[in-house]
Design a protein around this ligand. Structure first.
Ligand code: FAD
Length: 477
């Protein structure tokens, strides 16, 4: 980077908050997908909206691409810089600015960690309902940009309905205030467009979130089944009975074994699959739903249903589920997580297809997922030091997502498209659909400086990318 620009950036954020040496920048080269890497020229850590505005204006004047980065837990390469450009980290934009219980809202900076917000609110009787399994680390800004989900989004909805307002720095540095403290939108729903736009429309610097009361009663069950098939049938039956559990998660045998060895949460090793089922709400309703769930699991081949007897045990069961991705590190050098969606009733079929695809490519696949939403997370285990495996991994991943679409589903439930799935977008969208989306991107981000090269297809297949004949803005290793 030229000295004059480096000097200006240091003046805006302070010497120590403008990282420009390769060593300082190294840790920002990928997100949760270790397969995708890109090198930024600078990483900037502003602490105020006005600093973000100044950085973005400087980038705009000099035609320099930039990308927002929260905690970097994204699973589609969304916050990875192209080769060159600036990363604008929200790590220092981490303040809870206001908690307004009368109106059940909080105003936060985007770098506030998801779990920190809920832990702050809990003693007051509230929480922020979207709870990605990465919630100990991921930020509210990243949740907004990805329209993140989480185990409890089955009942409470994804991030979108929990966002009431946002301050947005447009890619030319202009400030926009979208929404506010009250629900309901007048005019075009620009906030709705912003949520889930994967950081391609500007940088969010303040967010007004809706607060959800902590439920009166919660019961958590671990139901063991002989196989994923019976567990999937039970999922359909529970939902078909009109029950909407707060969470309905599945872990297959391989995942359970790995998690149990790591967390010792009491997952039954002899089972072929388990469901982690939580119901919450008024005590009477929770009582009734618990009885129905017990009955349905028994009827669908359930081997055993244990209930968390206290908060400590409940937390342990959840820790097992939420630590699953990390636990794969015990048995595999790398993993590549897919994020397909199918109609719930297609779960048994798609799980058989996933198994067959694993066998076809000689890859181990471990499954842990939001079963109630039909949102699969097959984790393809591999070793990136063996480069011959990478092509197989990408092809297997693509095949899984194609199967999801054939079954009436989608290529992403919550992790976004980013750099990972952009070339699969035509499986779901026509040229006219994609062109309509691109027109929205152009309206906000006409010079395509803000997070360029994401979401929209480049026209290359995974095989071509894996064979090294093609480089996206960042590089698949
Ligand atoms: C172990 C693990 C478990 C996970 N479980 C879930 C899960 O259950 N559900 C789920 O939905 N996801 C899950 N994820 C994925 C990820 O945690 C979520 O997508 C999360 O919302 C990303 O937040 P982040 O702060 O890490 O964002 P980053 O990864 O830093 O960025 C993600 C995107 O948001 C954009 N962005 C970030 N901040 C801003 C901002 N201020 N303004 C504009 N754009 C911005 C970035 O440019 C990028 O495009 C998981 C990831 C891991 C590693």
């Amino acid at each position: 980077m030229n000295n004059s620009l480096a000097g200006k950036l240091k003046k805006i954020v302070g010497q120590e908050n403008a990282l420009i040496t390769p060593e300082e920048i190294l840790v920002y080269e990928s997100d949760g997908v270790s397969l995708i890497k890109g090198k930024a020229e600078a990483v900037l850590l502003p602490s105020k909206t006005s600093e973000v505005v100044e950085i973005v204006k400087l980038a705009h004047e000099n035609k320099i691409p930039f990308v927002a980065r929260g905690a970097g837990t994204g699973l589609s390469g969304g916050c990875v810089a192209g080769n060159g450009g600036w990363i604008i980290s929200t790590a220092r934009l981490d303040k809870i600015l206001e908690i307004d219980l009368e109106n059940r809202i909080a105003i936060v900076q985007p770098g506030v960690v998801n779990e920190t917000l809920s832990e702050t609110l809990h003693p007051l009787g509230y929480h922020f309902a979207p709870d990605p399994s990465s919630q100990k680390t991921c930020t509210i800004g990243g949740n907004l940009a990805e329209n993140a989900g989480g185990p409890h989004c089955l009942k409470y909805g994804m991030t979108l309905p929990h966002i009431l307002g946002a301050t947005l720095v447009l890619p030319d540095g202009e400030l926009l205030q979208l929404g506010g403290k009250v629900p309901g939108r007048t005019g075009y729903d620009l906030l709705g467009i912003l949520v889930g736009s994967e950081g391609t429309l500007g940088i969010v610097t303040e967010i007004t979130v809706r607060l959800t009361p902590v439920p009166e009663s919660v019961r958590t069950f671990l139901a063991a089944f002989p196989s994923v098939n019976e567990a999937s049938d039970a999922v359909s039956a529970i939902m078909g009975a009109g029950i909407v559990p707060a969470a309905l998660e599945m872990l297959d045998k391989l995942t359970m074994e790995v998690v149990e060895a790591f967390i010792h949460a009491g997952y039954p090793k002899e089972a072929g699959a388990v469901l982690l089922i939580e119901v919450d709400g008024p005590s009477v309703q929770v009582e009734e739903e618990s009885e129905s769930i017990r009955r349905i699991c028994g009827k669908h081949g359930g081997l055993n249903l244990q209930e968390a007897t206290d908060e400590k045990q409940r937390k342990k069961l959840w820790l097992g589920r939420k630590s699953a991705f990390g636990a794969f590190g015990r048995i595999s050098h790398d993993f590549f997580v897919m994020d397909g969606v199918v109609p719930r009733s297609a779960l048994p079929v798609v799980m058989q297809k996933v198994e067959a695809i694993g066998e076809k490519y000689g890859l181990r696949i471990a499954n842990v997922f939001h079963a109630g939403d039909g949102n699969l997370h097959p984790n393809i285990l591999f070793d990136s030091r063996d480069r011959s495996m990478i092509e197989k991994v990408l092809l297997a991943g693509e095949e899984i997502l194609r199967e999801c679409v054939l079954l009436g589903g989608a290529i992403s439930g919550e992790h976004g498209i980013g750099l990972e799935k952009q070339n699969l977008m035509p499986l779901m969208f026509t040229e006219a659909d994609l062109s309509a989306m691109e027109k929205i991107r152009i309206a906000f981000n006409p010079d395509n400086l803000c997070n360029p090269g994401k979401i929209f297809p480049t026209g290359k297949s995974c095989g071509e990318i894996a064979s090294g004949n093609y480089l996206t803005v960042a590089t698949w290793i």
